[in-house]
Design a protein around this ligand. Structure first.
Ligand code: ATR
Length: 296
């Protein structure tokens, strides 16, 4: 067949180095900014890569195997598959980083040459780097209120504790989940009810719930916020999230969304895959310009 023959000849004489394949897998995944971020990092570091979005409707493990078999080098994993990715890497033969093991959630897969999979979680380091380096927050001896008790919060608890805050309180709509999660970290994390959040004012209040995705926010006591409070939402969107609006209305001096965290976690994944630290600040600026106003 002439067509096949032509394509074989094209392949034979294509001396251009092939791009290494990466992707973000999730559902939904259409709005993910990860491909834009990794493309910018690739331009900066002159690495030839392809980074796609893959929406997974059926079996997650099968989708990963298929991507690995099609010359995939690594994947980012997003909602709702981070726990599935952790389970996949916890299976014998595969490996987990210590931080992914604590988080019991994986957002980065790296396919090894021997066919095994290494799973890591860069969400926590992404959040802490954004707070400390980009926003200049002194975390040591600070008081932090963290809202939520799902996979996203579990991934950031240990890295936040490593910043040695004076106190870290955890609250959630379903209180039993916050209590169970706090128990895993002993006395270092104190569970408080939503109503009890008004007992003190915090330096930093972090929303780690998915409430904003439905246009809602947890029923916090507004007394937890004053003019020394920075309010941070781990989600991001084209506008202020309901939590950010609420924090501004209640006197918080600054509000930020999770776009910086997203770029920083991407940079940590990029380092795992390529061994190079990309510059994040210009990418945060660029993505915010395209996407929305990052802070007020
Ligand atoms: P993720 O991986 O994003 O953490 P998750 O594990 O489903 O997702 O957790 C979602 C978190 O957002 C939970 O803390 C959830 O509270 P419950 O444990 O009470 O369900 C919180 N959440 C979701 N929608 C919410 C809403 N409308 N109001 C308050 N909290 C909400």
């Amino acid at each position: 067949m002439p067509v096949e023959y032509t394509s074989i000849m094209n392949d034979l004489f294509d001396f251009k180095p092939k791009a290494i394949r990466f992707a973000v897998m999730g559902n939904p995944v259409e709005h993910s900014r990860s491909p834009d971020i990794h493309r910018e990092f690739a331009l900066q570091t002159s690495i030839n890569l392809q980074y796609d979005r893959i929406r997974v409707d059926g079996g997650f493990d099968q989708a990963v195997s298929h991507f690995q078999a099609s010359n995939g080098a690594g994947l980012n994993i997003t909602v709702p598959f981070k726990v599935d990715a952790w389970k996949l890497c916890a299976r014998s033969g595969n490996q987990l980083s210590a931080r992914a093991d604590v988080a019991r959630a994986v957002n980065t897969l790296h396919f090894q040459e021997n066919g095994t999979i290494y799973g890591d979680n860069t969400d926590g380091i992404g959040l802490v780097t954004d707070l400390k380096q980009n926003l200049g927050l002194a975390m040591e001896e600070s008081s932090i209120l963290l809202i939520g008790a799902g996979g996203a919060v579990r991934g950031v608890l240990e890295p936040l504790l490593e910043c040695r805050p004076a106190r870290l309180d955890l609250t959630n709509r379903t209180m039993s989940k916050a209590s169970d999660m706090a128990e895993l970290f002993g006395e270092k994390v104190t569970p408080v009810t939503l109503r009890e959040t008004g007992r003190r004012q915090y330096d930093l209040v972090i929303n780690g719930t998915s409430a904003g995705l439905e246009g809602q926010m947890p029923e916090l006591n507004p007394h937890c916020i004053n003019s020394n409070t920075l309010a941070y939402d781990m989600t991001y969107g084209t506008q202020l999230t309901p939590f950010m609006e609420w924090a501004l209305d209640n006197g918080s001096y600054a509000v930020h969304d999770g776009l910086g965290m997203l770029v920083e976690q991407a940079a940590a994944s990029f380092y795992l895959w390529h061994g190079v630290h990309p510059q994040t600040k210009p990418v945060i600026e660029l993505i915010s310009k395209i996407h929305h106003v990052r802070s007020t």
